[in-house]
Design a protein around this ligand. Structure first.
Ligand code: SF4
Length: 249
């Protein structure tokens, strides 16, 4: 699913309420340093048509116009979420865009929550880390507890080491939301590595864990989802230990 607008919505979701989306990636392409087998935007190779990123000023203007229009129309906005066709922290001006977004939020919809969905690969950058600290909901992906499992599910482009990411995430001191995809594919399944994943959750102690499974069409054929009951059984030890876990089927 490619989103051509930089600011889109608001769309309604049960979890976020009335939500505006911001896509920092190319309007007609996909840009990510992962190539997840389940990515709703398809394979990287199929999304190379457009490499142009919106500038920080274009994002600010698009968001400002949208918020002003929504305010004038009396439309409620509960959240503003960065979730586009790729990885938002790859944008070179990500930190400045977050500052601009928070200022506009404070002006037009002070009670709206700002969320960022990220694969956490750029948390090592101090400006990205500080920007993620400022938003209400940094929702950071960690699907696999080993480099080998990550290669099967996320297909990182270039260097990627789970241990480095975990160390980066430790700097949040638990003040973030961990998001993990549970799925079965050809020759692998989340249950094969769920113990190692749970050990990482225990290390990081995120304030919330979001576990979900495939929902739409995926680029790799042959993936199978888990039921909510199966996912609950897999994360039962963490639930018993008091972790807050949202399970989405
Ligand atoms: S990190 Fe997100 S955008 Fe990137 S390939 Fe994975 S699912 Fe797609």
């Amino acid at each position: 699913m490619m989103r051509e607008e930089t600011v889109f919505g608001p769309i309604f979701s049960r979890r976020l309420g009335s939500s505006l989306g911001i896509n920092l990636l190319p309007r007609e392409g996909k840009l990510c340093n992962f190539d997840c087998v389940y990515c709703e935007c398809g394979w990287n190779a199929d999304g190379r048509g457009d490499r142009t990123l919106p500038t920080a000023e274009e994002v600010r203007k698009a968001l400002s116009d949208k918020l002003e229009t929504c305010r004038a129309a009396g439309t409620s906005i509960d959240s503003i979420t960065f979730s586009g066709d790729g990885e938002p922290t790859l944008h070179p001006d990500f930190a400045a865009i977050i500052d601009g977004t928070l200022a506009l939020r404070d002006r037009w919809y002070p009670s709206a929550r700002v969320s960022v969905l990220s694969n956490a690969t750029k948390v090592w950058r101090e400006d990205v880390f500080q920007a993620l600290r400022k938003v209400d909901n940094p929702i950071l992906k960690l699907d696999a507890p080993t480099d080998e499992a990550a290669r099967l599910v996320n297909k990182p482009v270039g260097e990627y080491h789970v241990e480095d990411i975990v160390r980066d995430l430790e700097r949040f001191e638990g003040d973030f939301i961990l998001q993990t995809m549970f799925l079965r594919g050809p020759g692998f399944a989340t249950e094969d590595w769920v113990e190692g994943w749970m050990d990482i959750v225990r290390r990081l102690r995120p304030r919330e864990v979001m576990v979900y499974t495939i929902d739409r069409e995926t680029p790799l054929q042959g993936l199978r989802k888990y039921t909510v009951d199966e996912m609950r059984t897999l994360v039962r030890p963490l639930l018993d230990e008091g972790f807050r876990i949202q399970i989405k089927g």
